[in-house]
Design a protein around this ligand. Structure first.
Ligand code: PMP
Length: 365
């Protein structure tokens, strides 16, 4: 209807009009998925069984999150009132920013980092203050401290960070929380299982600390959309005002207890990824490709000016990787998720073929 297209619609808020569109490349992914840092294999077979047991009765009812929240809290050594389940960490970030950021506030972000912090911040009336890492892409601790102002309201730190794979230390995080004691410190531990270090034990003790975790990575449940936010009771009380009581669905809630119980599966998968990461780093070294040491299930690799062609050639060899060249400080870089040893051996074959093709093309030019 041509008429409908010319009809005036109400204008969205000015901040929404200024937002950039963000379309992660989620289409046509029937290949080796080394592009989104997911589990590249499967969730625990026990979780699969739990999914199969779901009754139609469970589906007709609205999901009841409290009992599962209490169980997760106990698993983490926390009180139920300190933990909120969310529809992925993405909802946790969204809700946290909606709860705390208003006009005049600053969100402090070490960059490069996870894209959604900036996306959700740009929908609020706060401003983003980005602190660029040096060439080594290590956590810019001193620079971040220097950027704290009385307006700093939230500091979001992915630990380990993406796409660099570098991590802040516990002592650094504690110092940041003390210096910016009037701000919320979000420590996003999406990749916790591959790193093995956490500050979740400080929840409650450090009153302005909030820790996020996800079931999208090691647990292999990205499709269920399940994450959590843990913080002091006073802080979480406000978060719960904004959080939908319905946002975590019944399928996710039904699977969660089994996912937590089957620690053997997580231990196995993480062990496999860490072995594969070591082998893959050696292969990158042999291919003379600059890369950054990673504490997570991915590695950032500098493939140079032909990064887009690299991604295309890898895809034509059946391996999906993510172009991160437009991230701050990441010119020419791609991020490669680490899967199992067998998958990564296949990835190395594709990588070596791709580099040979790019190098011969370069010489021909
Ligand atoms: N935080 C970080 C640092 C991430 O890299 C990602 C996933 N790419 C997320 C959060 C999103 O997690 P979820 O799937 O739970 O929304």
């Amino acid at each position: 209807m041509a008429e409908a297209e010319t009809t005036l619609i109400p204008a969205p808020r000015a901040r929404v009009q200024a937002m950039k569109e963000y379309h992660p490349p989620l289409g046509s992914r029937d290949a080796l998925r080394l592009d989104f840092n997911e589990n590249t294999l499967a969730c625990s077979p026990k979780v699969r069984e739990a999914l199969a047991q779901i009754s139609t009765g469970q589906l007709t009812r609205y999901p009841e999150r409290e009992p599962v929240e209490a169980l997760v809290a106990a698993h983490l050594g926390l009180e139920a009132a300190q933990v909120a389940l969310t529809n992925g960490v993405d909802e946790a970030i969204h809700v946290l920013f909606e709860t705390f950021l208003e006009a005049g506030d600053e969100l402090l972000l070490p960059v490069p980092t996870y894209t959604m912090y900036e996306v959700y911040a740009s929908a609020t009336d706060a401003s983003v203050v980005a602190v660029l890492a040096a060439d080594d892409l290590q956590f810019p601790f001193e620079r971040l401290l220097a950027a704290i102002t009385p307006r700093t309201k939230v500091i979001a730190i992915a630990n380990p960070n993406s796409p660099s794979g570098s991590a802040a230390t516990r002592a650094q995080l504690i110092e940041i929380a003390a210096r910016a004691h009037y701000a919320v410190i979000l420590v996003d531990e999406a990749y916790f299982h591959f790193h093995g270090e956490t500050v979740i034990d400080l929840v409650g003790e450090v009153p302005n600390l909030v820790v996020a975790r996800t079931f999208s990575k090691a647990y292999g449940l990205a499709g269920l959309r399940l994450g959590l936010l843990a913080g002091s009771v006073d802080l979480m009380r406000w978060v719960r005002r904004v959080l939908s009581p319905y946002s975590v669905n019944s399928l996710a809630l039904a699977c969660l207890p089994t996912a937590l119980e089957d620690t053997a599966y997580i231990d196995w998968y993480v062990g496999e990824v860490l072995e594969a990461r070591g082998e893959f780093e050696a292969a990158l070294g042999a291919a003379k490709l600059r890369h950054w040491p990673s504490r997570a299930n991915f590695i950032l690799v500098d493939v140079g000016a032909q990064h887009a062609e690299f991604v295309r050639l890898m895809r034509s060899s059946g391996v999906l990787v993510r172009d991160r060249s437009s991230d701050p400080g990441c010119l020419g870089c791609v991020r490669i998720t680490i899967g199992t040893r067998e998958q990564m051996r296949n990835a190395v074959v594709a990588l070596n073929d791709t580099m040979a093709a790019l190098r011969s093309k370069g010489q021909a030019q």
